[in-house]
Each structure stands twice: as structure tokens, then as C-alpha cells.
Design a protein around this ligand. Structure first.
Ligand code: DC
Length: 230
């Protein structure tokens, strides 16, 4: 079974996708982490993130390894180093949308995702999973939430890590990333025609996970469904 979970930054994709995978005993792939690992290495090498060819040199020379670790989600190794925490750093977040906007970079990363998809059942979260990476997914979920709520979640997450950032600043960053991700020429963030949209603004993570599982098990009546054949 293949499940695609797409949506903008902060809509809850990664947590929901990981928990759904865990409950169903499937593998989980955080595709954003792959673009983030490439961005981290490009920044470390001082590569200009607007230079597509220079980024491709980085992409083709890194040793990226993703380990599926149940409730811990994905552990990301770059040349043997665990960079799972480092790829969430603010300067990686600030550059990753630009890195992921290049056509050659996307083709390279999507080919890796495609290989993982072909190895068996999986839940993948990202921006183009239902439209490009797994257009044949059994289930396509598109998670949405207001910018205000996404910023509030992000602020709470940063506070848990001891970082205090003004909510307006976070909203601005989210708007900027939404804009870049949805207006880029190459596979922009877009809801697949046959995806089920869930607005997570006033829902807890557990409620969203239950909705997705209910949908897959055929118990959910109140969301528009088009396409699953599990
Ligand atoms: O989900 P995330 O915030 O970790 O994703 C980081 C960036 O990577 C995001 O701004 C857009 C890009 N991305 C993408 O273009 N396609 C994906 N499938 C996943 C992420």
C-alpha cells in the first residue's frame, strides 16, 4: 500500500505520516529531509544555492543514507554522520526552498524516492508526492491549516527547544516558504485531483491520524474521498 501525504510547511504532515505508518506497520519516508540534507551539505561546502550545476555536483557526491526507525521516524546520515537534528537548523530551513526549486535537483531526488517507493508499502510526506512521486498512490492526503495556526505550532516547537522567536516573524517565514513552494516552475506544491483534503487547524495530531486511518479503513463518512482501493 502506498500513501501520499502532502501539504504546506507546518500542516502536521511529518508527524501524521509517521504515526499512520507506525499504526499500519508501513515504512515512512520524510522526503523534505532529503532536500534538507542536500542543503546542509551545500551550505557546508559554501555552494551558492541558486547555482543548479554546483548543487548537482553536491547531490551526486554525497553519501545520503536514510534509516527507518519506527517511532523515531527517519534517521538521516550524511557520509556516516547523523544529521537528523542539524537539517532542521534555521539556515537550512531558509535555503531549502531555493535548493528544491531546481529541476535537475528535483529529478535526482525524486529518482531516489521512486526507488524507495518501488521497494514496497510506504507512507511518504512532502509537497509533490501525490502529483509526481507516487501519482499511483492508493491514498492521497492533503493537509492544510491556517498560516496563524502553523506559525503557532512552529513557535511552540521552537520554545520546547528553548528558542524564542516572535510569532510575526515565523508567520512571515511560513508565507515566504509557501510562496516559493507553490509558485516554483518545477512540480509546485499542489493538491492532487484525487487527494482528500483535511483541514488540521482545529484538530489535534491524534484526531488527524484517526481521520486518516478511518478513511483508509472505510469508516470516515464526512470527508470527500476519491481514489483509494485498499
Ligand atoms: O517538509 P519540509 O519543511 O522538511 O521540506 C523542506 C523543503 O523541501 C520545503 O520547503 C520544500 C521542499 N520539498 C519539496 O520541494 N518536495 C518535497 N517532496 C518535500 C520537500
Amino acid at each position: 500500500m502506498k500513501i501520499a501525504v502532502d501539504g504546506p510547511a507546518g500542516a502536521g504532515k511529518s508527524t501524521v505520516a509517521r504515526l499512520v505508518a507506525e499504526r499500519l506497520g508501513l515504512r515512512y519516508l520524510d522526503t523534505g529531509a532529503m532536500y534538507r540534507a542536500l542543503t546542509l551539505e551545500a551550505l557546508r561546502r559554501g555552494v551558492d544555492t541558486s547555482d543548479e550545476n554546483a548543487l548537482m555536483e553536491v547531490a551526486t557526491s554525497i553519501d545520503l543514507n536514510i534509516v527507518f526507525q519506527g517511532d523515531k521516524g527517519n534517521v538521516i546520515y550524511l557520509g556516516g554522520e547523523d544529521v537528523t537534528g542539524l537539517i532542521r537548523q534555521p539556515d537550512v530551513t531558509a535555503h531549502v526552498s531555493e535548493v528544491s526549486s531546481h529541476r535537475k535537483v528535483r529529478e535526482f531526488i525524486v529518482a531516489l524516492q521512486d526507488q524507495i517507493g518501488r521497494q514496497g508499502s510506504v507512507v511518504m510526506d512532502g509537497r509533490d508526492i501525490g502529483t509526481v512521486v507516487m501519482p499511483d498512490a492508493d491514498w492521497k492526503i492533503f493537509l492544510q491549516a491556517t498560516v496563524e495556526e502553523r506559525a503557532r505550532r512552529r513557535q511552540a516547537e521552537l520554545l520546547r527547544r528553548g528558542v524564542s522567536v516572535d510569532i510575526e516573524e515565523i508567520q512571515e517565514q511560513i508565507r515566504a516558504r509557501d510562496y516559493l513552494d507553490s509558485t516554483r516552475d518545477n512540480s509546485p506544491l499542489r493538491k492532487a485531483k484525487d487527494a482528500v483534503e483535511i483541514d488540521t487547524t482545529s484538530l489535534t495530531i491524534e484526531e488527524v491520524v484517526d481521520k486518516v486511518l478511518g478513511l483508509i479503513r472505510g469508516e470516515e463518512q464526512d470527508v470527500q474521498h476519491s481514489g483509494g482501493n485498499y
